[in-house]
Write a protein that binds this ligand. Structure first.
Ligand code: DHB
Length: 310
């Protein structure tokens, strides 16, 4: 039994896609909905549709991936329309809407649109895209993050979470958790890709991707220990009512299990879903179930957050 909850929403499986991977179009989203995943999330919608950065803009690496997509998406209106229709058709499967601003003011515009829509499911506000040239990852700027949340929660009454970048110093977790605990967040998602890594083709001495001179977000196995630390660090600091979606470095059922041990309530698949395809949900469901059986566990709550330390 892999049932889990985020706020008042229930899901039959802890697994779902990470935003950005196989979720751009209605056809992509329909296919995700047909897997054993507990639910799905849209590509981050921005106020206007975007074509994104020039190609090549994503590449596989020996232990993961690098990307600088630049938020290509069909626009917030397209995704609001999709999730409104989805919730009519599948009242038993709460779908996540992902949205992103190019700057702080966009979040106001976006939140107003969602508030005015018929969508009642959870929205993930992406505060951590590393790939739009000239735009910082907002959630590395704590005062700006607080300003966005202050404004948003002055009128937004629907379930909301935010997608965070990885942090690396324990004081960053202290400072960000102190901000997050001041707001009625339903969840956080930790973490987004590790911003501004680089990969080089040894034959040509050239960067593997074109945007931003080759800098791009790193995902996959490279990210696993950082994701575990981020989920754990936030679970130790956030109010228990704020659920954590764990994202980063999953390629096996044991990786899913480890994120849950650190406190995740759901686990998202990014790089591995991009590389392996939709069958990864069935494989990892089986591997996670086997890992739980080995430990004598029959439900997620048997081990969620129960990491031991020396
Ligand atoms: C994009 C990439 C990301 O890793 C992310 O979190 C958001 C957006 C992108 O470039 O589209």
């Amino acid at each position: 039994n892999l049932h889990t909850t985020i706020g008042s929403f229930g899901f039959d499986n802890v697994l779902m896609n990470a935003s950005g991977v196989r979720c751009m179009t209605a056809a992509d989203l329909d296919k995700l909905a047909d897997t054993v995943a507990g639910t799905l999330i849209t590509k981050s919608g921005t106020p206007e549709a975007r074509t994104g950065n020039p190609s090549p803009r994503a590449a596989g690496l020996p232990f993961g991936s690098i990307n600088s997509m630049g938020l290509p998406n069909l626009g917030i209106d397209y995704y609001i329309d999709y999730v409104e229709k989805f919730q009519e058709k599948h009242p038993d499967k709460p779908i996540f809407l992902s949205v992103a601003g190019l700057g702080p003011d966009d979040y106001h515009v976006i939140a107003k649109k969602i508030q005015a829509s018929n969508f009642t499911g959870p929205t993930e506000f992406n505060l951590s895209c590393p790939n739009v040239p000239g735009k910082p990852q907002i959630a590395y700027d704590i005062p700006t993050t607080r300003r966005i949340l202050d404004d948003m929660f002055s009128f937004f009454t629907k379930p909301a979470g935010i997608k965070l970048p990885p942090y690396f110093d324990l004081t960053q977790f202290d400072d960000m958790a102190a901000v997050l605990n001041d707001y009625p967040l339903t969840f956080i998602n930790s973490m987004n890709s590790i911003g501004n890594g680089m990969a080089i083709d040894p034959e040509t001495d050239t960067t593997l991707i074109k945007p931003k001179g080759g800098f791009g977000g790193i995902g996959g196995t490279y990210a696993k220990p950082i994701a575990l630390a981020n989920v754990r660090a936030f679970r130790l600091r956030l109010r228990p009512e704020i659920a954590i979606i764990g994202t980063g470095g999953v390629t096996s059922g044991r990786d899913v299990y480890d994120l849950i041990l650190c406190g995740a309530s759901m686990v998202q698949l990014g790089t591995v879903l991009g590389i392996e395809g939709l069958g990864v949900f069935q494989r990892l469901t089986e591997e996670l179930s086997a890992e739980m059986a080995k430990k004598g566990y029959t439900s997620i709550s048997d081990f969620q957050g129960k990491l031991k330390t020396l």
